[in-house]
Design a protein around this ligand. Structure first.
Ligand SMILES: [Zn+2]
Length: 928
């Protein structure tokens, strides 16, 4: 995992994780507290690979870091071990495996063993195949589809009586899904999983035989295949010499095409790789999904500490410590120090990838093992502040949940890491194989309880009313609910409940369905249970608020009986009305598709009206487009097609309306990215790509080269760097250039940008070029933390950027903001002055000068009252009172538009997209 806003690459590059010299007493405290070892003497087992046993002992840095479960590996005639295919055993120092070689191994294993099967589930952005590997007994693998069917029946037990469901439990086997390589810098799990698959396929010990017979194991070998290869390239290019005493060379600027750790926060499954896993999940219904991460020492097993999401089944909260405690006890019994639980990550935010299991009545499990960010054996020093969540900080004290703590100094190897992870996973599988029916019955019971809860407890459902002017946001919400497997119906007649009457065609989500709980989690207001608790990620995510879509919570049980037609997917069709003529108006009702329309009609002249008007009974708000559809051959057909495909509302105009308007020029647009903090840039890139907005991605190289105004009208700086200084100076130099370039050897480097040295940042000479750009009439748009930059470096001289007090705590709540300049083009499509926005932890802006100037330059401000916290936790709301959420200042002949919000956050904040899109599209139309 890795803490939010912590960029591992930055920390590594800064040398923060390099270890100090090893003390002579290294590990002594840990040794004296160690439990007695049992069964640890090497046992000569016939058929075992003697070389493996010898090398693993050599690569394991202390005997207690090995366990009897993994100190041996059987040889199986005709079935290839990882070494037979790769040329090395898993855990060999300085060896990391490329993704294609992993697939080559799994395919070789599957073709040699009837106990293994590989299936394709999708493709990554760069075209790599996403797969799932199944391992089980011959009988299980031959009957996979039958077993999938049983799990499907337990996942939706509505057609079954209790007795019938228990019959299915009697025939079914639990599917235990393991996910490695979600985070590319966490290099160990993809290696370990190959050895695990082989061991599960060939070993004939009583334990492995029982696991193979009673459990079906499935594996995502590397959930981010593109990032795996890019990281391995970087490792071989720079990191094989790292010792832990020297500076670290971090990781590549990118993992996947757009994002890094946030692939574990992709709540709306917007990325190809995360979506592939969700689609697979909903076909196979594994009751357990287990993410393998690396950060804290030596093995942390998640047990779901507070704050917990109360909507999830209480059974889950019993199951999590049941597994975690079993693993901890087993591993302590094997003499392995540093296995602990309870005090890392909580059960509040449900957007982690493996949470798809908990959200669908299964169980999310998670490990953190200690990784070195590569395959080197390193001296590591584990110390730090109390309760620190970072890599290793404060994790060595003895606590009730950490009875045999990790050492404070350790020499650590990839093989140690492999031993811990594999022993932990085998212990989890041991428990599952001992209680397969309990796991299955719990899964069934949680599914049944979700349906029952929807019949017994309000809210009984949610209604998304039909008849709104912009249905594109409604379609977005409904389609995400459908993607999550949630049943949505379309009312076949008017729905009358205590909350009101909703027209036929309204979307109805009834809670008495297997994923009724998930619907509630996604759509309800998040009431954070205790302001004194802290949490690992966001506190609020209410979809209706995030997307500016009306979603009504229904406490009237009658909603369960509302007649509906099931919805598969909403495909909107826009409309064109009126008698055909030469001018067409397209209404701006708040759809983010308006900018897509403009880009699809890039070569046509499009005007935007600055005041609303009515034509043929249709209201066209400010920001609506007017297009001359007689302008060229085929223009009419193109506009009509685009309007229809994009779900927009258009009408032919009998006459040009008598309202002021301006031409909507398509800007020459650049998105600036540092090399050290590309993730929030990636979310903006993803949104721009998804909405077909053309742009150049530029880095310090292009900025320093100058002449920016000749090339661009607008530069967007997404949130990056915690301060202006961070944005400008970025990665600290490490004494040698770190090039990010594609080569014959390193094919995955140099993608999405190239650099001869990614360190150093744009520096002051870059700042000068940005200043020249703005002085010469360019528009600079800064988002979130990037808004510190214009304030701190004088591009917005009269704007100060401050930070809240130490008492303030607001992890991603949704708060109310007030639009103070409603006629400004940035707010085209916003019908209300009060809007929900996600609080992004950006700067607390203040504008100096006369009150009138301040008012003019503040486009939107935070309300900053308790009542304005709409979902999630904001402790100290008053500190944000009336602070600008968006400010706009002149600078030379240009402008700087500063967002304290982060309007393209993780592809969730659809309701805020238009503020950025409008700022881009109407860049030269701000009449101040
Ligand atoms: Zn991770």
């Amino acid at each position: 995992m890795a803490k939010r806003e912590t960029n591992k690459w930055r920390m590594l590059a800064a040398g923060l994780v390099s270890a100090a010299a090893l003390l002579s007493l290294s590990g002594a405290a840990g040794l004296s507290a160690r439990a007695p070892q049992a069964g640890m003497a090497p046992v000569a087992r016939p058929g075992n690979d003697e070389e493996f046993a010898r090398l693993v002992r050599e690569w394991t840095t202390r005997p207690e870091f090995l366990s009897p479960l993994v100190d041996h590996l059987p040889k199986a005639p005709g079935v290839p071990s990882p070494k037979d295919v790769l040329g090395y055993h898993v855990g060999q120092p300085k060896k990391l495996t490329y993704y294609g070689d992993m697939l080559r191994y799994y395919r070789a294993l599957a073709s040699a063993s009837p106990r293994v099967r590989v299936t394709t589930i999708g493709k990554s952005d760069e075209g790599r195949e996403c797969v799932v590997v199944f391992v089980g007994s011959e009988e299980s693998i031959a009957g996979l589809d039958r077993y999938r069917g049983y799990l499907g029946q337990l996942a939706d037990p509505r057609p079954l009586t209790d007795a019938q469901a228990m019959e299915v439990v009697g025939k079914a086997k639990p599917l235990y899904h393991l996910v490695g390589g979600l985070h590319s810098g966490e290099t160990g799990p993809p290696e370990m999983l190959m050895e695990l698959a082989y061991r599960l396929a060939v070993e004939d010990s009583p334990l492995i035989t029982r696991i193979r017979d009673n459990v079906i194991v499935s594996i995502t070998p590397a959930a981010e295949p593109d990032g795996r290869d890019r990281y391995v390239d970087w490792y071989y290019a720079y990191k094989t010499g790292e010792t832990g005493d020297s500076v670290s060379y971090g990781g590549p600027p990118y993992w996947g095409k757009y994002i890094l750790h946030d692939n574990n926060r992709d709540f709306n499954f917007s990325q190809l790789t995360t979506r592939a896993v969700l689609d697979w999940y909903l076909q196979w219904h594994p009751p357990i999904m287990h993410e393998l991460h690396e950060s804290v020492p030596f093995l942390y097993t998640f047990s779901g500490q507070a704050p917990q999401n109360p909507t999830l089944d209480p059974i889950l909260y019993g199951e999590l410590p049941w597994f975690a405690n079993f693993e901890m006890a087993q591993m302590i019994k094997y003499g392995m120090p540093g296995v602990w639980t309870h005090a890392f990550v909580d059960m509040w935010y449900p957007g982690y990838m493996g949470f798809m299991a908990s959200n669908h009545n299964g169980m999310l499990r998670m490990y953190e093992t200690y990784g070195n960010g590569g395959a080197n054996t390193m001296k590591r020093r584990i110390a730090g502040g109390e309760g620190a969540m970072g890599a290793g900080g404060g994790q060595t004290s003895r606590e009730w949940y950490r009875p045999l703590p990790p050492y404070t100094e350790v020499e650590w190897s990839l093989r140690n890491n492999t031993n811990y992870m594999e022993t932990g996973v085998l212990s989890a599988l041991e428990l599952t194989s001992a209680f397969p029916k309990v796991v299955l019955e719990n899964f069934y019971r949680k599914s049944r309880n979700s349906i029952e809860a929807g019949r017994k407890e309000a809210p009984f459902g949610y209604v998304i009313p039909a008849g709104g002017r912009d249905m594109t946001r409604v379609a977005w919400v409904v389609n995400i609910l459908r993607m999550q497997g949630i049943e949505v119906g379309r009312a076949t007649s008017e729905v009358k409940v205590q909350e009101g009457a909703f027209p036929a065609g309204s979307f109805v989500v009834k809670r008495d369905q297997p994923y009724g709980r998930l619907a509630k989690i996604l759509l309800e207001k998040q009431n954070f249970p205790d302001p004194n608790l802290r949490t690992y990620d966001d506190t609020g995510w209410t979809m209706g608020l995030m997307t500016h879509t009306e979603v009504r919570e229904i406490a009237d049980r009658a909603i369960l009986d509302a007649p509906v037609q099931p919805v598969t997917r909403v495909a909107l069709e826009g409309t064109v009305s009126g008698a055909p003529g030469s001018r067409m108006a397209i209404a701006h009702y708040g759809s983010a598709n308006m900018i897509t329309l403009r880009y699809r009609l890039k070569d046509l002249e499009v005007r935007a009206v600055e005041r609303p008007f009515t034509a043929g009974g249709t209201e066209f708000p400010a920001g609506s487009f007017i297009v001359d559809v007689a302008a060229g051959a085929g223009a009419l057909a193109r506009v009509t097609t685009a309007v229809t495909q994009l779900g927009l509302t258009a009408a032919f105009l009998p006459a040009v309306p008598d309202v002021p308007s301006h031409e909507v020029d398509v800007p020459r647009l650049a998105v600036f990215s540092t090399w050290g903090s590309t993730q929030d840039v990636g979310w903006v890139r993803h949104a721009f790509d998804a909405f077909e907005i053309g742009y150049d991605l530029i880095f310090k190289e292009q900025v320093r080269a100058g002449r920016l105004r000749d090339a661009y009208d607008v530069i967007v700086m997404p949130s990056q760097g915690r301060t202006g200084k961070g944005l400008v100076f970025d990665l600290p130099p490490v004494g040698t250039p770190l090039a990010y370039r594609k080569s014959a050897q390193f094919k995955s480097l140099g993608m999405y940008g190239e650099s001869d040295d990614v360190t150093g940042g744009m520096g002051l000479s870059g700042v000068l070029e940005i200043e020249k750009f703005v002085e010469a009439g360019g528009v600079l748009v800064t988002l979130g933390a990037a808004s510190f930059f214009p304030a701190e470096f004088g591009l917005a001289r009269r704007v100060d950027a401050g930070r809240p007090s130490a008492q303030f705590y607001a992890p991603g709540p949704i708060v109310e903001a007030e639009i103070t300049q409603p006629s400004h083009p940035i707010f085209y499509g916003y019908a209300s002055k009060l809007v929900p926005v996600r609080y992004a932890g950006g700067p607390l802006l203040s504008i100096q000068g006369l009150e009138a100037d301040r008012d003019r330059q503040t486009l939107m401000r935070f309300r900053g009252t308790e009542a304005a916290v709409l979902s999630g936790l904001m402790k100290g709301a008053a500190e944000t009172r009336n602070r600008p959420a968006i400010a706009e200042v002149q600078s030379g002949r240009g402008r700087v538009v500063m967002f304290a919000t982060n309007p393209c956050f993780r592809y969730e904040t659809l309701g805020e997209f238009n503020m950025l899109f409008n700022a881009v599209l109407h860049y030269n139309d701000s009449k101040r």
